[in-house]
Design a protein around this ligand. Structure first.
Ligand code: PEP
Length: 250
C-alpha cells in the first residue's frame, strides 16, 4: 500500500508570520481529513525554522523548495541541504519546472542536488513534466523518460526506495488547466513502468504525485486513479481550506 501524500509548495509567497498562520489553519482543519493522508508544507527558506517549530505535534511534515548543489563554501545566496536538514526539515523539492526554466537547472545540476539531499537525509520530491508543445507534438513520453533516466537512474536502490516523484505538466502549472484524470493516469503508469526498468518491483512502492492546477473540485477524480498517489499543490496550498479540501479527495 503506497503512502497518500498532499504536499503544498508555497513558492515565493507569504511572510514568515503569514506562513505560520497558514500552517495553523491547515493544522486546525486537518482532523476533517482521513488520517491516512500525509500532509507536507513547503514554505520559503526564510520560514523553515518557525514552520518546523509550529508543525511539531500536528503530524504535518515540512519540506524545502530547493537546496544547493554543493555542500558548503563560497556560493553566495545558496542554502545547503545540511543547513535545511539541521532545522528538522524532512523533504526537498528538486527539479521543479520553474527552477528548470528560470534558473537553468539541468540534469547535471540536479544529480548534484540529489547527492546533497540524500547525504543529509532529506527526501527528494523530484519533479518531471513536459511543456505544452511537447504534449501537443506527442513527445511527452520521451521528455519525461529522459528526466527520469538522467537523474533517478543514478540513485542506488536504497535511495530510490525513499524518493517521491511529482509529475507536473508545465502547461497545467498555475494556468487553471488541469490534466484530465485519464491523462494523469496514463503518464503516471508510464513513469512507474520506466522506474521498473531500472529498479524492478520496487517501483510499485514509489509515491507519484500529480501537480498542476489541482484543487478541491478535481482532486478526488485524480486521486481515484490507480497510479496517482496524491498531489503537489501550488496556488491552492495558500488557502488552508482549499489545501485541506484537496486532502479530502482521498
Ligand atoms: C506547482 O507549481 O508545483 C503547482 C502544481 O502549481 P499550481 O497548483 O498552482 O498549478
Amino acid at each position: 500500500m503506497r503512502k497518500k501524500v498532499v504536499a503544498g509548495n508555497w513558492k515565493m509567497n507569504t511572510t514568515p508570520a503569514e506562513g505560520v498562520e497558514l500552517l495553523k489553519g491547515v493544522a486546525a482543519l486537518k482532523g476533517d481529513v482521513c488520517s491516512c493522508v500525509n500532509f507536507i508544507v513547503i514554505p520559503p527558506f526564510t520560514h523553515l525554522s518557525e514552520i518546523v517549530k509550529n508543525a511539531k505535534g500536528t503530524g504535518i511534515a515540512v519540506g524545502a523548495q530547493n537546496c544547493a548543489a554543493e555542500a558548503k563554501g563560497a556560493y553566495t545566496g545558496e542554502v545547503s541541504a545540511k543547513m535545511i536538514a539541521s532545522l528538522g526539515v524532512e523533504y526537498v523539492i528538486l527539479g521543479h519546472s520553474e527552477r528548470r526554466e528560470y534558473y537553468g537547472e539541468t540534469s547535471a545540476t540536479l544529480n548534484k542536488k540529489m547527492v546533497q539531499a540524500y547525504e543529509n537525509n532529506l527526501i527528494p520530491i523530484y519533479c518531471v513534466g513536459e511543456k505544452l508543445e511537447e504534449r501537443e507534438n506527442g513527445k511527452y513520453f520521451d521528455v519525461v523518460r529522459a528526466q527520469i533516466e538522467e537523474v533517478v537512474f543514478n540513485l542506488t536502490p536504497e535511495q530510490f526506495s525513499k524518493l517521491i516523484i511529482a509529475y507536473e505538466p508545465v502547461w497545467a502549472i498555475g494556468t487553471g488547466k488541469t490534466a484530465t484524470a485519464e491523462q494523469a493516469q496514463e503518464i503516471h503508469a508510464f513513469i512507474r513502468k520506466v522506474l521498473a526498468e531500472k529498479f524492478g518491483d520496487a517501483a510499485a512502492n514509489t509515491v507519484i504525485l500529480y501537480g498542476g492546477s489541482c484543487k478541491p473540485s478535481n482532486a478526488a477524480e485524480l486521486f481515484a486513479k490507480e497510479d496517482v498517489d496524491g498531489g503537489l499543490i501550488g496556488g491552492a496550498a495558500l488557502v488552508a481550506s482549499d489545501f485541506i479540501g484537496i486532502g479530502k479527495g482521498f
